[in-house]
Design a protein around this ligand. Structure first.
Ligand SMILES: *Cc1c(COP(=O)(O)O)cnc(C)c1O
Length: 341
């Protein structure tokens, strides 16, 4: 079946194995060159480092067909560098940037029927990840590692336009000061699942996490950074050593500054400031931008003036501009679009 014949509009965000994935192995002190394989399953030691002590990290990015008809990936070298940094923090031998980029390119090229066509709103979500596959029993780095990249087609996050979501201030912390909050380690997600389930059971889409040390500053959600808009049209984004540096956020800040000519403040943001903002949004690869309509905390509920029906005007503008760039509808800043040939 070609990519034109599938029903892309009803895809959700769930795993669907596609034909080919990439595997490389670290053994005897070096990464091999890796290759494409068919089998989506993995056989490893029961004592593998990933299973015993969670020695694993991941990345997430999207491939799509652009308006120009190119197979494109958005700034993958930033994902490669971020995975390199994460590996170092977890004592995983870093996946070389070139190996990462080659693997992403090969997976995209090997699965053209699974890349949704331009205009479908869907994309091929790419999941690079690396884990300790050699046996350990004492707490120590694994002796062998596996780097894999698979793809899975995902639908448009919001079907029928951006829809504001509701957040809850979590009573739990996402990341310790001087911990691993700034790297994309699986362990950061393991301990967010309980808090996430609790938020969902109470009718909220996501948790807002505060800084663990003082619980007075806004950090991020389980998997997306925050952007706020002030009354005078400035963009404010929280700054903290325990926030994961979102590539979407970094790109939106550039879009806001250089294309929309807005003023930007990257600084610690107090929770008590929330009531002063006129727009609030989350940003990350999965949804690009999710407008936030309200935030619940034990003390009070904060409703942003943009309401629960539509995004704020600046949020919408940021979304339209970045997605336009990603689909080659609007000229991209130098080096932002990697064409896979
Ligand atoms: C991956 C991730 C994000 C979003 O990063 P993008 O590069 O924009 O996809 C934000 N917060 C956390 C905790 C993440 O793991």
């Amino acid at each position: 079946m070609s990519n034109k014949e599938k029903d892309w509009s009803n895809l959700g965000f769930s795993y669907q194995p596609i034909a080919k994935r990439f595997v490389a192995t670290f053994k005897d002190g070096q990464w091999d060159e890796g290759k494409l394989v068919d089998d989506p399953n993995i056989t490893i030691s029961e004592s593998a480092g990933v299973l015993q002590y969670a020695q694993t990290c991941f990345e997430g990015l999207k491939a799509k067909y652009s308006k120009e008809g190119n197979l494109v990936v958005f700034r993958p070298e930033l994902n490669a560098k971020r995975m390199y940094d994460t590996c170092e923090k977890l004592c995983i031998p870093p996946v070389p940037v070139e190996l990462f980029l080659k693997a992403v390119g090969e997976v995209v090229k090997a699965n053209p029927e699974s890349v949704p066509p331009y205009g479908s709103g869907a994309s091929l979500y790419i999941r690079p990840f690396v884990f300790g596959s050699g046996p350990v029993i004492g707490v120590a780095p694994s002796s062998e590692y596996t780097f894999r990249v698979f793809g899975t087609p995902v639908g448009p996050y919001f079907k029928g336009g951006l829809k504001p979501i509701k957040l809850m201030v979590s009573e739990f912390d996402r990341a310790a000061p001087r911990g691993t909050g700034h790297v994309k380690a699986g362990l950061n997600y393991a301990m967010s699942i309980y808090a996430g389930q609790l938020a969902h059971s109470r009718g909220f889409n996501e948790n807002m996490f505060l800084d663990a040390q003082t619980r007075t500053f806004v950090e991020e959600t389980g998997g997306a950074n925050f952007l706020f808009v002030t009354k005078d049209g400035k963009i404010v984004t929280p700054k903290s050593p325990s926030i994961l540096p979102s590539i979407t956020r970094i790109s939106l800040v550039t879009v806001a500054k250089d294309i929309l000519h807005l003023e930007i403040e990257e600084r610690p943001v107090l929770f008590t400031e929330l009531e002063d903002f006129v727009e609030c949004a989350l940003c990350g690869t999965a949804a690009v931008i999710s407008p936030v309509g309200m935030v619940h905390s034990d003390e009070k509920d904060i409703f942003f003036p943009t309401g629960m029906e539509q995004p704020g005007p600046i949020t919408q503008k940021l979304y339209d501009t970045l997605t336009g760039i990603q689909m080659e509808e609007i000229p991209a800043p130098e080096g932002w679009i990697r064409i896979i040939k």
